[in-house]
Write a protein that binds this ligand. Structure first.
Ligand code: PLP
Length: 226
């Protein structure tokens, strides 16, 4: 993947690889590409929109508000916007106003705050549960062994039924075991949406059942945090 390839070409190439991976796995469905636009310059995002991309992922509420509520506000209506980063309860209302899908619900307090905000705002985003498949202390997500109880409580206490699961495997570990694990948990609960796989491993994720892959740098080029 060369840096000087156009955004549209990079996107075509990623979509092609996604299709090939789905085909290898004998899948008839087409996995969804979430373009992770965090930190990327407006020019690249504009190119991505022109290329036809309509699903975007952001990991910070405030950054997403500036980008999709201001800079690209006129295009916002066509966009399916996913929150893929950790969410504080004090940002719940902003998140409910802005996002179509919140992929990182991992505790009751947050679910409660989202529902309260949804009541006020009059819209409720779809919810995915983040699972901390690697059981990393510094990472958000429900521990795998707590998932059944957490889901049962969301249902009984809040009448909340998530659409699916997401995970971020530990760095430096083979992601495939985590993808396999998440897919099994999703199947057990009858979830259709499985968000897993990033630039380095989205093909493996698709082969193991991802319905949504979250790709940033392989689509837009490297993020410049300077
Ligand atoms: C940044 C990010 C991605 C995209 O990462 P790349 O390696 O650039 O594809 C995917 N998922 C989450 C949760 C992220 O924070």
């Amino acid at each position: 993947m060369t840096e000087n390839m156009s955004i549209a070409k990079k996107r075509d190439s990623i979509l092609e690889r996604m299709h090939a991976a789905a085909k290898r796995a004998g899948r008839n469905d087409v996995p969804n590409l979430i373009a992770v636009s965090k930190v990327q310059p407006d020019e690249r995002i504009k190119e991505m929109l022109v290329a036809g991309q309509r699903i975007f992922g952001e990991n910070r509420v405030q950054e997403a508000q500036t980008r999709w509520g201001e800079t690209f506000a006129t295009q916002r209506g066509d966009i399916d916007l996913h929150l893929i980063g950790p969410l504080q309860t004090n940002k719940a209302e902003d998140a409910v106003r802005l996002f179509d899908v919140i992929e990182t619900v991992d505790r009751e307090k947050l679910a409660k705050a989202l529902l309260k905000a949804a009541d006020k705002v009059g819209r409720m985003p779809e919810v995915l549960i983040q699972v901390n498949t690697g059981e990393e202390v510094q990472k958000s997500g429900v521990l795998p062994q707590d998932l059944d109880v957490f889901l049962a409580r969301l249902k009984s206490e809040y009448d909340l039924t998530p659409k699916g699961l997401m995970c971020i495997p530990p760095q430096g570990e083979a992601a495939s075991a985590h993808f396999w694990f998440l897919k099994n948990m999703a199947d057990k609960h009858g979830f259709e949406t499985i968000s897993m796989g990033m630039s380095e491993d989205f093909e493996t994720a698709i082969e193991l059942g991802a319905t949504h892959v979250r790709v940033g740098s392989a689509l837009f080029g490297a993020r410049n945090y300077a």
